[in-house]
Design a protein around this ligand. Sequence first.
Ligand code: AMP
Ligand code: FE
Ligand code: FE
Ligand code: ZN
Length: 291
Amino acid sequence: MTHPETNNFADLHLHTFFSDGTFSPEELAARGSQAGLMAMALTDHDTIEGCARMAAACQGLAIEFIVGTELTAEFDGREVHLLGFFLDPQNEKLLAEIKKFQDVRQSRILEMVSRLNKVNVPLRAETVFELANCRSPGRPHVGRAMVQEGFCASLDEAFERFLKKGRVAWVPKHKISAINAIELIHQAGGLAVLAHPGLNHCDEIIPSLVEQGLDGIECFHTKHNPSTSQHYLKMAAHLNVLVSGGSDCHGYSKNKPLIGGVKLPGVYFEKLKQAHQERESHRGASVEHSS
Ligand code: AMP
Ligand code: FE
Ligand code: FE
Ligand code: ZN
């Protein structure tokens, strides 16, 4: 017999090969099931393309699935990542914005390859696009293509020598303003949550983001140590916003996938769900009211 309390965990930050992860949605769902997760959100960068397959895979495994994405945004000159949860996958404005992000990502690959070519790394853009095989290609795909073609020994080396911020092939990414990202997520029926604040060093702007409608903070994340998580839990309580958490698994990382390493306690997941349901019922009521 299974004990529900032992399985009462969620992972709300996950990537597949529809962006820069390496697992298929089916493989990710199966690994989530093995890790004992009761709920999972797919948050691929700038896409929700993998969500239909992930939803089907989760359904077969009796895991609750949340449609999500991770948007790169900017506020007051700082880069922040915003997670959208419970998105309507048919929302036209969301789909149109995502398409713009993806177009910019594709041109960015061409620019990165051209910069590499200028420093005598003869990588071809087609190699990157073939390897990425998705609409949301990014730096990890360029790095993997460089390893595949023998220009670097490892992905770490590719980032260290060429791809990280300030290096020769680094091209800034299109960023939506955080205010517009929150609005985009809300109008698509979603909740907007600040991803891994411990990585972005953006504490001073969090109260302003909350004023702009930010719904929650990702307190639990692979790269947050216990005291970082505590710090953001306190901040979330103080600002009266929701708490989220996830592994940010992109596939294998140092011989082991990160999924299962960060477990969001079910009580926080229930609060996110409740907030979403309340928002939806208000939306329903105001639509009825205006019609
Ligand atoms: P992009 O969105 O194209 O700028 O790429 C950012 C992604 O690159 C992140 O989401 C990570 O998946 C990955 N990444 C960032 N830094 C590194 C690194 N040093 N080594 C490997 N992957 C990285
Ligand atoms: Fe990523
Ligand atoms: Fe991120
Ligand atoms: Zn992520």
